[in-house]
Design a binder for this molecule. Structure first.
Ligand code: AMP
Length: 255
């Protein structure tokens, strides 16, 4: 497994690759089974698998959230090695943003749903870093989880509108046996909160309407940020022990 710590070294190496197909999985690290499923699919569908680990400052709207984001780099690299990843990109912020946050990608003012209004700057930060990474990797395919469905949808739209020649491949959400969606932020929860967090999936799949889903979350001690339906899916964002968790399911999967 090759590890690239600078975009300059990676770019020189990238110029030597022509012919084999390249698949790309961008991540922020603290890798779990959800990330592993993206990597496995990427390996199955491409000759070369590239994974990036970069905790992107521009998508955090709260400094505290960025500070405490888990960064278990040695464990992550050991997992990627076991998964037989070919190349890992570990750029630093000053390398990806050499002039600070000078340019950014922004959706129009009609994009107001959920994360767009509840986490100002989040989608801009994600799209900006993903555009940079897609341009650096120049992959045939890039893999994104449905766990972050609005992000996936926004990236797919950006790629289409900017004629980026990388296919965006959506991947199903991987869950713990309780139904809780795997997430790097789950590591920040106490054992007790982790059990309570399973209420998010239960609320999304068993409630008859949005009000009922919200009440169920509150009854379990979660502080609801939103419960909404868009694009045939039901979404929830809620806080537990100060950690913000999100999830979504297709409405057709309601039990
Ligand atoms: P992150 O490291 O949280 O930025 O996530 C990197 C990629 O993994 C994104 O495309 C996420 O949507 C995806 N991902 C995160 N959690 C899961 C999950 N539980 N199941 C499937 N994909 C996931």
């Amino acid at each position: 497994m090759r590890i690239w710590k600078t975009t300059a070294e990676w770019t020189i190496h990238r110029r030597t690759i022509s012919g084999p197909t390249i698949g790309f999985v961008p991540t922020m690290g603290a890798l779990h089974r959800g990330h592993a499923s993206l990597v496995e699919r990427c390996r199955a569908e491409n000759d070369i698998t590239v994974v990036s680990i970069f905790v992107n400052p521009s998508q955090f709207n709260e400094a505290k959230d960025l500070d405490r984001y888990p960064r278990p780099l040695d464990c992550d690299l050991a997992l990627l090695d076991r998964l037989q990843v070919d190349d890992v990109l570990l750029p630093e912020a000053k390398d990806l943003y050499p002039h600070g946050y000078r340019f950014r990608i922004e959706a129009d003012s009609l994009t107001k749903e959920m994360e767009a209004s509840h986490r100002p700057g989040f989608l801009q930060g994600v799209m900006t870093v993903v555009l940079k990474l897609l341009n650096l990797v120049r992959a045939d395919r890039a893999y994104f989880g449905e766990k972050d469905y609005q992000q996936l949808r926004t990236i797919a739209a950006m790629v289409e509108e900017f004629f980026i020649p990388t296919e965006i491949v959506p991947c199903a959400t991987i869950r713990e046996p309780s139904g809780l969606a795997e997430s790097s932020r789950n590591a920040l929860l106490s054992a007790d909160a982790r059990q309570k967090a399973a209420a998010i999936y239960r609320a999304l799949t068993t409630s008859n309407n949005l009000q009922q889903a919200e009440s169920l979350l509150q009854a379990e001690g979660l502080q609801v940020d939103y419960v909404e339906e868009h694009w045939g899916r039901r979404f929830a964002a809620a806080f537990l022990e100060g950690v913000r968790l999100i999830d979504n399911v297709p409405i057709a999967e309601r039990k």
